[in-house]
Design a protein around this ligand. Structure first.
Ligand SMILES: Nc1ncnc2c1ncn2[C@@H]1O[C@H](COP(=O)(O)OP(=O)(O)OP(=O)(O)O)[C@@H](O)[C@H]1O
Ligand SMILES: [Mg+2]
Length: 174
């Protein structure tokens, strides 16, 4: 929400953003409605597996992406999300899921990603996002790294690769 609100009127945030205040059992209906106008719906979940919205989102989603910062503190909370996803997958075979390494330090990208993989049974997506000023800057301008010109070029390349990998997961064409 804050990210989208940071956008100037002249250059609005490049996606429609809605705050879903509805009870989790209404999520299904809301997604059906929103799906009439959108090709892709992204549900940004609260940072808690106890929050009912997180479970509700997993019950509706085609794909669950779990951003993981390769640091011990983050890996610990990821364990909890993973457990929840595996539980939902036991009864919803259609739910695909992957870990997405984020804020990876470019000096040891390969090593970080291997470390992340070791502790989890969910697959690691074949693309990662590095720690980059451009990603933080995109929040400041209320836009995307595609709007940052040369300053966002490397970040945009990473996002392009991420999109390809996510589409592979969903089985859709890029
Ligand atoms: N790859 C990255 N490179 C640089 N900065 C990043 C990167 N990913 C996230 N950040 C910055 O870290 C901050 C938190 O990121 P983000 O909102 O994605 O985290 P979150 O875990 O969803 O937080 P919250 O619990 O508030 O929802 C933001 O200011 C964002 O700009
Ligand atoms: Mg968040």
């Amino acid at each position: 929400m804050r990210w989208a609100h940071a956008a100037p009127e002249a250059v609005p945030f490049p996606a429609r953003v809605m705050r879903l205040e509805a009870a989790p059992d209404q999520l299904h209906q809301l997604i059906k409605l929103a799906g009439r106008e959108a090709d892709l719906i992204l549900l940004d979940c609260p940072p808690s597996i106890e929050h009912p919205a997180t479970l509700a989102a997993l019950q509706e989603a085609d794909v669950a992406l779990v951003p993981v910062v390769p640091s011990p503190a983050d890996l610990w909370s990821t364990k909890g999300v993973e457990r929840l996803i595996l539980q939902v997958q036991a009864s919803r075979k259609g739910l695909k899921a992957a870990l997405v390494p984020n804020r990876v330090l470019r000096t040891n990208l390969a090593w970080d990603v291997l470390e992340v993989m070791r502790d989890f049974s969910l697959p690691v997506l074949g693309a990662a996002l590095s720690q980059r000023n451009a990603f933080a800057q995109s929040a400041v301008i209320g836009g995307t790294v595609y709007q940052l010109g040369r300053a966002g070029a490397e970040a945009a390349r990473e996002v392009n690769k991420l999109v390809v990998e996510v589409l592979k997961l969903t089985g859709e064409k890029a």
